[in-house]
Structures are given as structure tokens and as C-alpha cells.
Design a protein around this ligand. Structure first.
Ligand code: SF4
Length: 491
């Protein structure tokens, strides 16, 4: 049975301006005059009623992604007949559960594969949130833990690099609330742009500038990055040793982390690659694998070198070096490559690259993936917003961790961190565009949905009296208005 939500009490009026009414969707509590919007541009006073400026977004998986948005009450949308598997009321445009004692803006009954379920939606305000950014490049962006700035304000820091990618951690409560007002505002603005898939200019202390945009190639010091490396230097040796055999006497794959040498590497040994008497300047880890051949930088393989010969020491004739010995030096993306032949003094001299070797360099480049920026929004949903879902907040946390309650952000699947609280991460490219907002506290606003079997919801002390069905929501809207749109998408 559908139960309508209790009508909202009248909004308080401003003591100074009776034409202004108060928005209580966040702690800022703006007084908004008729026809005006609040400080976040997300709520307005329309005819003496606080409304949400953006429409409620309903995802219909029967609509191909990218198909034109359908207006809420369009007669040709058969949402009323759709099943709960097809149609999903997202939290985008739903409004916010604030103060937290009241039920979430929409608590929707759904039939999912024959199971009576409930989806609770709210636009959650996150003071504790940030983004993790993965930037596919082997170029050195800056030292680990270096501050990352946007328009001069520190908004995060460099994290430990991952395989073929540089990582940034941006935002977090310390930057949002623990620094100056300017730092908090700039941090919030940076997070908002990144989460809504916009480009952001960042600079790293002691390093580079980089333009980051989710799903797009990074632009490092003004140059768009093209390729993510095929692997480290050692991995490249392992992948391509057999293809180089017979074409060249030695191969060095230059890499900031692990530089590989085929004649010494196990991948060369198992195919009886002869010794060459090469000597690499760097820390030898294991045979054919060298660390620290140069400093990190923008040159070959993420090092600072422009001349690859600078990492070679004198060649050793007693170990196989001889005039005429050929050497291929290549970076892990194939972006840099050079061919040398030892002269009578056992000094490498540059020579034109033989065609067969050129093809092997092209093969490295072809095996690289396109360089992209990945932005994961990360926030803690384990706080007071749980009261909008259930009267027993700890029960919701346990239900989420037991996978009886599913969490989504704008319909996109999330990763829920183990341990305490409901700390989630989501790929922002999976969330409909423009889904994130902000308030001036400063904090980010993100759509959040909890889907749970109705029996479990009732056992959790859920707000059963506020459960409504889709038809009722389409008909009457919610506390913050009745505008809505339908887009293609999935839960
Ligand atoms: S900042 Fe936005 S959400 Fe907060 S009170 Fe003002 S209008 Fe409402």
C-alpha cells in the first residue's frame, strides 16, 4: 500500500524580509526571496515554496544511454508500467535529508525480480570526502607527498605511484574545513569540477602542471599524454625478448622504476641470449633489473635523461663486448628509441634503426593503452544521513556490510570499504553528468541510494510510513517540487 509522505511544515520566514523563506536543506539555512535561488544555486523560492532547481532524475535501463532526456510527465514515457528492474529513481535532484531527523526525500517501493524492495534516495552532504585520481603517465609529476595546488591553494597531495600511473589524493576534510576559507572553497570547487567530469588545472610543488579530467588524457606541462606504458622495463623485456632475438645483440628498456637489460635478464637467459659486457649505472636489483638509473623526470621512460647513453658505463670486452655489437635502447612506451653500434674503441655510435627493429618498437607502442585520467569520488556515508533511511543507523551500516543493502551513487555501483562506517568509492564516469553539487559550508553533495528488501528495511526500523510507489511519485512529486526527467541508465 502506498503511503504519502507527511506534508512539509511551512518554511520559516526571515524576520527582516517577510518575503524570504528559509531553505533547510543544509546547515547554511539560506533565506531566499521569491524567484531567487539560494547560495548553492540548487534550491529556489518558487511561489513561497522551496523547490529543488534540478529535476529528479529517473534512470530507465530500457532507454539507450545518450537518448534524449524525456520530461517527467511526457505521455509517451511508460514508466508507470515499467518494473522495478527497469526503472530506478536516483537521488539526483531528489533533495537532501537535512536536518537528519526526517525521512529521506524519496523512499520508493520496487519489485526487483519478484522481491519486494525499497530504494531510499537522498542527496547526501559530504564534508568528509575527496577524490582519488589515477593519471596514466610514466612522466614524473612530482615527489610523493608533494602538495597539489589549484589556483595556488593546496587541495591535496601526490600519493604512491601505481603500475604505469601517477596518483593524487585531493580534498578531504582537512582541506575542506581545516585550512583558510579560500583553501576550503577552492578544494570544494576542484572536487566538484572533477566529479562532474570537468577539466581542472593542477600544479604540483617541485613538479609539473597537469590538466586532469575524468575519462580524458592528462595534459602534462602543456603536452597531452598519449600512452600508458606497456609495463616496467623488466616486464617489457619479458614480453618482447623472443621477438628481439636474432635482430640485435643487446636491448635496454629504460624506465624510471625498473630498467631492463635483455642479456642479463632471466627472460634472455632462458633463450640463451649471449653476454654483451654492458654496464648499467644504477642499483642492480636482480640480474637484468636496475633501479635508479637516473632521476625521475619528463625524459626517457619517466626519467630525466635525454641521452640514453648517459646510463651506460664502459663496455667490458672480457664479458663479451666487441666492435660491431648492436644495441637497441627503448622506453617503456616506445616513445623514445635509439640504435647504436660499438666502434673499435667499444663506444656506442648512433646508427639508423633497422626496419625489423623499428617494427618491434612500434609493437611496444601498439601494446600500450591510451593514457586516461580516472577520478574516483570517495566519501563517508556512515554519519547522520543514515537517520533519513532508518531509525537504527548502526543497523543500516551492518546491513550494507552484510550486502543485504546495496549502495549506489546516482545509480552507479560503489566499492564499500571494509571496516567501520559506510565509506564508498565510485567512478565518476559511471554517474550521470552533473550529478554532483556543493554547498558553501563547504561540502560536496552527492546522490546516494540504498536499495534493500522491504522486510529487511522494516526490520531495520525504516521509515515505512514514507514508502511510496513510482506512480505516486510521478503524480505528486516530492517536498522539493515535481520536476523530473528520465534518462537512459542502469542501477
Ligand atoms: S546553500 Fe543551498 S541547500 Fe544550503 S540552505 Fe542555501 S539554498 Fe539551501
Amino acid at each position: 500500500m502506498t503511503t504519502r509522505a507527511a506534508p512539509e511544515p511551512p518554511k520559516p520566514q526571515s524576520p527582516d524580509r517577510p518575503d524570504k523563506i528559509r531553505c533547510d536543506a543544509c546547515p547554511v539555512m539560506c533565506y531566499i526571496a521569491e524567484g531567487r535561488v539560494g547560495a548553492c544555486d540548487r534550491y529556489a523560492n518558487e511561489g513561497g515554496r522551496i523547490i529543488r532547481c534540478d529535476p529528479l532524475t529517473i534512470l530507465d535501463r530500457r532507454i539507450t544511454k545518450g537518448e534524449a532526456v524525456k520530461p517527467f510527465l511526457a505521455a509517451d514515457w511508460d514508466g508507470r508500467e515499467a518494473s522495478g528492474d527497469d526503472v530506478f529513481v536516483s537521488a539526483i535532484g531528489a533533495g537532501t535529508t537535512y536536518p537528519d531527523y526526517k525521512p529521506a526525500p524519496f523512499i520508493v517501493s520496487r519489485d526487483i525480480a519478484g522481491v519486494d524492495c525499497v530504494t531510499v534516495v537522498t542527496e547526501a552532504i559530504f564534508s568528509y570526502c575527496g577524490v582519488k585520481v589515477k593519471i596514466d603517465t610514466d612522466r614524473h609529476l612530482g615527489p610523493e607527498a608533494a602538495p597539489v595546488r589549484a589556483d595556488g591553494e593546496v587541495v591535496g597531495h601526490v600519493m604512491t605511484a601505481e603500475y604505469g600511473s601517477q596518483m593524487l589524493s585531493l580534498g578531504g576534510v582537512d582541506h575542506l574545513t581545516g585550512g583558510s576559507k579560500a583553501e576550503g572553497r577552492k578544494t570544494c570547487d576542484t572536487l566538484l569540477r572533477l566529479c562532474n567530469r570537468g577539466p581542472v588545472d593542477l600544479t604540483i610543488d617541485g613538479g609539473s602542471s597537469v590538466v586532469v579530467q575524468a575519462g580524458a588524457a592528462p595534459i602534462v606541462d602543456g603536452t597531452p599524454e598519449e600512452r600508458m606504458r606497456v609495463g616496467c622495463g623488466s616486464a617489457a623485456i619479458g614480453m618482447f625478448a623472443t621477438q628481439w632475438q636474432g635482430l640485435v645483440d643487446e636491448v635496454v628498456v629504460v624506465d624510471d622504476h625498473i630498467t631492463g637489460v635483455v642479456s642479463e635478464h632471466q627472460a634472455g637467459k632462458v633463450i640463451d641470449w649471449p653476454d654483451t659486457g654492458i654496464r648499467i649505472k644504477g642499483h642492480r636489483s636482480t640480474p637484468g633489473r636496475y633501479f635508479k638509473v637516473a632521476k625521475p623526470g619528463q625524459g626517457w621512460g619517466g626519467t630525466d635523461i635525454e641521452d640514453p647513453l648517459s646510463i651506460l658505463g664502459p663496455w667490458r670486452p672480457e664479458k663479451g663486448a666487441r666492435p660491431g655489437l648492436s644495441v637497441l635502447m627503448v622506453s617503456t612506451t616506445g616513445e623514445h628509441s635509439a640504435y647504436f653500434v660499438l666502434n673499435d674503441a667499444l663506444e656506442p655510435e648512433p646508427h639508423p634503426m633497422p626496419e625489423a627493429l623499428r617494427l618491434s618498437v612500434d609493437l611496444i607502442a601498439r601494446n600500450c593503452e591510451p593514457a586516461l585520467c580516472t577520478v574516483l569520488f570517495m566519501g563517508g556515508a556512515g554519519g547522520s544521513l543514515r537517520s533519513g533511511v532508518t531509525r537504527d543507523p548502526i543497523g543500516l551500516t551492518r546491513s550494507v556490510h552484510a550486502e543485504r543493502t546495496r549502495v549506489t551513487v546516482g545509480g552507479a555501483p560503489v566499492y564499500v570499504w571494509p571496516g567501520g562506517g559506510i565509506t564508498v568509492m565510485v567512478d565518476v564516469t559511471q554517474v550521470p553528468e552533473g550529478a554532483f553539487g556543493s554547498v558553501p559550508t563547504p561540502a560536496l553533495v552527492a546522490p546516494l541510494e540504498f536499495t534493500v528488501p522491504r522486510a529487511e528495511y522494516e526490520a531495520l526500523g525504516g521509515h515505512g510510513g514514507s514508502i511510496r510507489d513510482l506512480a505516486d511519485i510521478l503524480e505528486a512529486g516530492g517536498d522539493y517540487g515535481s520536476a523530473a526527467r528520465v534518462i537512459g541508465g542502469r542501477e
